[in-house]
Design a protein around this ligand. Structure first.
Ligand code: ADP
Ligand code: MG
Length: 467
């Protein structure tokens, strides 16, 4: 009782704009990789019963903050107010927050045994919008097709099939389509997921005898977006199921969007009837960005995070890294990390030393294990191969140790989620976040896992103190 009165009174002392400015500058200082320019639009609504409510207008941003940024904002709120607050991101209550941004929501799919069949939601990243996509010769067609589909779903090209190498913006384009449609029509029934999730859910549906639930989810959507469809290779039954899903949607004029690391004809062991379905709309390839595009991408990524770069830095980085955009971003992250660790501003000279110094590990805290040590300890403990750990294999025997690795890296090193993802075969930060969350909750529920993790941690700490 007393407490809430005090909260209200205290809150009156902090004008909202000051609070927001303090909060954002704390975040910028302590969590530069998390911050985005649109954080400026977040509006503090005041503190009630120890909870600071923060208003976020855009549903995609809201969900993203709720899932990804709670910890950082809580720390910032506590630091700037000096009080033990928690934070809650809230939307504009009048607008309904779309429940189908990604995977089916728990509420609608609680089945026979009360457990949701689809547990792993795919989160849309506000970074992956058309506004943040730089168009160049390598991706012009794919981008134009994606925009057309977002403007006229089901009527422009159906399906649209985007393929190309890793880190070239396929996922970015897929999410841009979803976000653009959701922006216009917040209640749109969209199903955006990875092919691996589709396969996992299909298997789970068969096992649990809940295929009608699975089918109603995938066949009732207005827009089906499946990332990395090449994972269907060799999966005969999943291919069969996907074929029927595809036909149902296609025949009723609903939009299908697919991405893949290879063209339909080049996906190994893909049934001929699927190859021809995939080819019947628009197939667009994304290629490596040219130098000018790489420079623009770096400038845009820096602007997104309000990172000031002297003009010669993007040019230097773009000349040095020409493989793909993910590597390009990794290089930028490295430069920024280097600047922070050394307390110097970013200059061409600093970028040069950040990108040429071999084997430096900016994310490693002194006296703490390195990611390398963590990986060695985990592969040794679970007796698995390093190549499996870094592969895309999703079998539980590999996926669990991989998640344990990510959890340990998060806990014992200073690497960001992006950097940890980079270590594990270019996975993105949401995957790492998911892993961290999974292990955190599994440790509480599963004593065997908790003790495994503890044993690995003990060897790590022994090694780093004896080193
Ligand atoms: P893919 O799915 O093809 O492996 P992603 O879509 O995950 O690649 O892209 C990897 C990273 O590169 C993402 O952070 C994405 O935002 C960025 N990226 C790729 N292409 C572009 C582009 N043309 N403009 C801006 N960012 C891009
Ligand atoms: Mg991708």
């Amino acid at each position: 009782m007393k407490k809430s009165n005090k909260d209200k009174r205290n809150h009156d002392f902090i004008p909202e704009t000051t609070l927001r400015n303090d909060l954002i500058s704390y975040l910028r200082h302590h969590f530069p990789t998390t911050c985005r320019h649109w954080f400026d639009d977040i509006e503090p609504l005041g503190v009630v019963n120890g909870v600071l409510r923060l208003l976020v207008q855009e549903p995609v941003q809201l969900r993203y903050l709720q899932r990804v940024c709670n910890e950082q904002f809580t720390e910032a709120a506590q630091a700037v107010t000096g009080r033990l607050l928690s934070v809650r991101f809230v939307g504009d209550e009048l607008e309904s927050v779309p429940s189908a941004t990604d995977s089916p929501d728990n509420s609608e799919s609680s089945g026979d045994d009360g457990n949701p069949l689809f547990s792993e939601e795919m989160l849309l990243s506000p970074d992956y919008s058309f506004d943040n996509f730089i168009v160049g010769p390598g991706n012009r067609l794919a981008h134009a097709a994606a925009v057309a589909v977002a403007e006229h779903p089901g009527r422009a090209y159906n399906p649209i099939f985007i393929h190309g190498g890793v880190g070239l913006g396929k996922t970015h384009l897929l999410q841009s389509i979803c976000q653009s449609i959701l922006k216009r029509q917040p209640s749109a029934n969209i199903c955006y997921t990875s092919c691996s999730n589709f396969i996992d859910w299909y298997i789970a549906g068969v096992k649990a005898g809940r295929m009608s639930e699975f089918r109603s989810r995938f066949r009732s959507t207005d827009l089906l977006v499946i990332d990395d469809i090449h994972f269907l290779a060799k999966r005969e039954q999943s291919q069969e199921e996907f074929f029927h899903t595809f036909n149902t949607l296609y025949q009723s004029g609903r939009q299908i969007v697919l991405s893949s690391d290879a063209s339909p004809n080049d996906i190994p062991d893909l049934e001929e009837r699927l190859v021809s379905r995939f080819n019947c709309g628009l197939v667009a390839r994304v290629d490596r960005p040219c130098f000018e595009t790489r420079v623009s991408i770096l400038q845009s990524k820096a602007a997104l995070q309000r990172l000031e770069l002297p003009a010669e830095v993007p040019a230097y980085v773009a000349a040095k890294v020409d493989s793909n955009v993910r590597e390009l971003e990794g290089a930028l992250t490295r430069v920024r990390g280097f600047a922070m660790a050394s307390g110097q501003p970013i200059t061409l000279q600093l970028a040069k030393s950040a990108l040429t110094e071999e084997g430096t590990s900016i994310g490693e805290a002194p006296g703490h294990p390195s990611i390398q040590t963590i990986i060695e300890a985990v592969t040794h403990y679970y007796d698995i191969k390093l190549t499996d750990l870094l592969s895309k294999r999703r079998h539980k025997s590999i996926a669990l140790p991989r998640q344990v690795c990510m959890w340990l890296a998060r806990r014992h090193t200073r690497y960001s989620l992006e950097e940890i993802g980079g270590y594990f075969g270019g996975r993105d930060h949401t995957t790492v976040m998911h892993a961290v969350r999974q292990i955190t909750s599994k440790r509480e529920q599963d004593p065997a896992l908790a003790s495994d993790v503890e044993r690995i941690e003990r060897t790590l700490l022994d090694e780093s103190t004896s080193a």
